[in-house]
Design a protein around this ligand. Structure first.
Ligand code: ATP
Length: 356
C-alpha cells in the first residue's frame, strides 16, 4: 500500500535536459498516463522509475523507502514494452514463468502460477503455443501476464498498444484497465495517444519539453486545460485572438462574458481556446456572446457534423450533433455563433505556440 513519489527528478543527456524538475505522486492502485508528444521525456521518466536510467538529480521513494539507487532487478517492477520483448521460440507458458524460473521457483509451482496468470488474461488454453503462433493482441496479453508474474508493486507500460491495429487497441485498452482495476496495482502507462490516456487513466500527466504541464483527472485536463499547450494537445481546439480590458474579454470589437476572471494587465493580448463542441448554432441561444459567421465547409462525421466557419475572429470549426431537430447547413450561409462563457479558456498570447 505504498505511493510512488518522485522528488525534483531531472535527467540530462550531456547538455540536453530530457526530464526537468518532476515532482509527482503516483497513488497506490491508480493508473496514471504519461502523455505528450514525441521527445517530451515520457520514456526517460518511465525508465528512471524502472531503474533502467539513473536520474541526474532527485529522489524516488516507494512508501518510506528511498529507491533512487536501487537497481532495476531489485525493484521488481513489472514492465511491458512497445514490442512486448517476448521470447519467440519459447512456449507461452515458459515466457510467463520466465522470471519465476530465474528466481529459482520450482517448475510445478511456476507453471501453476503461469496458468493462473494466463487465465487472468484469458489465454488459459494457449500455454503450449509458441509466441509466433499468436496474434498481436494475444502477444500483448502474454507480455502483461509475464510482467505480472512477480506480483510487482508497480506496473510500467511503455506504449503498450502501439503494435496493435486501431480496433484491437481500443479493446485492449478497456481490457487492461479492467484488469488493473481488479488487481488494484499501481500502474504507469506511457502514451502519445490522448484517447488511450483518456480511456484508461485515473490521472493524466501531460508533458512537454521534459516538464509536467498539467496533472489531473482526464475530464479536468479536457475541460479545464491549464495552458494553451494542453488545450492544443488534448482534443481539438479553435484558437482566436483577443484582448483583456478592465477584466473583460474582447474579441474584435465585442465584449464577451467569461467564467474565468483573468488577471491580465489592461490591454493584454490573449489567445482564447474554444472546444469545437462548445459553441451553439441553434436559434434559441442567448443574444450575448455572439459572433457573426459564414459557413465555408461542411464535413459529415457520422453522428456529428463539422461546420467550418469564417468569423471576424478568424476561422473556427464547430461540431454540431445531428439529432432529430438538426438543422441544415450550406456553404455560404450566414449565421450567428454563440460562445457560452464556459467555452472560453483564456491564455496569454505568447504561450500559445506548442512547447514541443
Ligand atoms: P517518444 O514518444 O518519441 O518515445 P519520449 O517522450 O518518450 O518520446 P524520450 O525518449 O524520453 O521521449 O526522450 C526525451 C529526450 O531525451 C529526447 O530529446 C531524446 O532525444 C533524448 N534522449 C533520450 N534518450 C537518450 C540517450 N540515451 N542519449 C541522449 N539523448 C537521449
Amino acid at each position: 500500500m505504498s505511493d510512488l513519489v518522485l522528488k525534483d527528478i531531472r535527467k540530462d543527456f550531456g547538455s540536453a535536459r530530457a526530464v526537468d524538475r518532476i515532482n509527482l505522486t503516483f497513488r497506490h492502485g491508480e493508473l496514471t498516463a504519461l502523455l505528450g508528444p514525441s521527445g517530451c521525456g515520457k520514456t526517460t521518466l518511465l525508465r528512471m522509475i524502472a531503474g533502467l536510467e539513473e536520474p541526474t538529480r532527485g529522489q524516488l521513494l516507494l512508501g518510506d523507502t528511498d529507491i533512487t539507487a536501487q537497481p532495476a532487478h531489485k525493484r521488481k517492477f513489472g514492465m511491458v514494452f512497445q514490442n512486448f520483448a517476448l521470447f519467440p521460440h519459447m512456449r507461452v507458458i515458459d515466457n510467463v514463468a520466465y522470471s519465476l524460473a530465474i528466481e529459482g521457483m520450482a517448475k510445478d509451482a511456476r507453471h501453476k502460477r503461469a496458468l493462473e496468470l494466463l487465465d487472468l488474461v484469458q489465454l488459459a488454453d494457449f500455454g503450449q503455443r509458441r509466441i509466433g503462433e499468436l496474434s498481436g493482441g494475444q502477444r500483448q496479453r502474454v507480455a502483461i501476464a509475464r510482467a505480472l508474474a512477480q506480483e510487482p508493486q508497480v506496473f510500467l507500460l511503455d506504449e503498450p498498444m502501439s503494435a496493435l491495429d486501431a480496433k484491437l487497441r481500443e479493446e485492449m485498452q478497456v481490457e487492461l484497465r479492467m484488469l488493473q482495476q481488479r488487481l488494484k496495482i499501481t500502474t504507469i502507462v506511457v502514451t502519445h495517444d490522448q484517447r488511450e490516456a483518456m480511456t484508461m487513466a485515473d490521472t493524466i500527466i501531460v508533458m512537454s519539453n521534459g516538464r509536467a504541464e498539467q496533472i489531473g483527472p482526464p475530464q479536468d485536463i479536457y475541460h479545464r486545460p491549464a495552458n494553451a499547450f494542453v488545450a492544443d494537445f488534448i482534443g481539438r481546439t479553435n484558437f482566436v485572438d483577443g484582448t483583456v480590458h478592465s477584466g473583460s474579454l474582447r474579441i474584435g470589437d465585442q465584449v464577451f462574458e467569461t467564467n474565468s476572471t483573468p488577471n491580465f494587465a489592461d490591454g493584454s493580448a490573449v489567445r482564447v481556446a474554444i472546444r469545437p463542441e462548445m459553441p451553439s448554432l441553434d436559434n434559441t441561444m442567448p443574444l450575448s456572446n455572439r459572433l457573426t459567421a459564414r459557413i465555408t465547409f461542411v464535413r459529415n462525421v457520422g453522428s456529428t457534423r463539422d461546420i467550418h466557419l469564417d468569423t471576424p475572429a478568424g476561422p473556427m470549426i464547430v461540431e454540431y450533433a445531428i439529432g432529430e431537430n438538426a438543422r441544415d447547413f450550406a456553404v455560404g450561409d450566414q449565421l450567428d455563433v454563440h460562445l457560452p462563457p464556459s467555452a472560453l479558456h483564456i491564455f496569454p498570447a505568447a504561450s500559445t505556440d506548442r512547447a514541443a
